[in-house]
Design a protein around this ligand. Sequence first.
Ligand code: HEC
Length: 217
Amino acid sequence: MKKIFSIVAISVLLSACGSGERVSKEVFEEVNEAMEVKKLSEAEIIDAAMVWGDSISMEAQQQLVNQLQQAISEKGIPGAIEFCNVQALSILEDVGKPYGVEIRRASNRYRNPADQPTEMERRYLETYEYDVENGNPLAPNIQKINEGEELLYTKAIVIPGGLCLNCHGEPGKEINEEALKVLEELYPEDQAKGHKVGDLRGMWSIKIPKKEVVKRM
Ligand code: HEC
């Protein structure tokens, strides 16, 4: 089983790399052309991507919180945990689609293993952790990735209030028995409990293709 998986994984990786290179050259030329026609500088594109990151992360946050609150009022906390388990990632996908961006949340203390940080994301998380611990202001970051074809926007997610602690706080205290049981069932490796208000919970990580930004400038 493991072997089959790795063969499939390798062939997927290989085909992704192969087509990636071709697309990459086309995209590169397309972006260059559009930049010339529109007389855009690299700095202007990065500034615009920063604005995108700020507003898209706000929109995503709002969507999640709205739908979370609705799920809590309809199904209670344990039911809302199941709702997050099924819906959180697809809600983010839906928010990102119209912009052509990929939105995720990454955390060093992840609940969903899909939110485990990449090497680069880990570095930003460590910086945000340091800033939170030292009371420094938290600023979002933007970084060129994939040979400058894409921009990675990151922004810290701090626990703003008690609502979050129903599922991310102290078990037996803020997380009740019933909710704990559901969490243990769905996330046996959960690391996202035991938080306090003001803690770093994770960060937004939004991959923004330069061509999407240029297209709309
Ligand atoms: C009803 C329970 C519940 C509440 C309340 C809740 N969360 Fe979560 N949270 C979850 C679940 C479940 C996941 C995993 C979702 C998944 O499987 O994709 C999660 C995942 C996350 C993640 C992604 C990183 C990870 O650990 O996988 C962040 C960031 C996060 N929550 C922040 C918050 C913040 C901030 C609040 C308060 C505004 C909050 N949560 C309130 C249940 C909750």
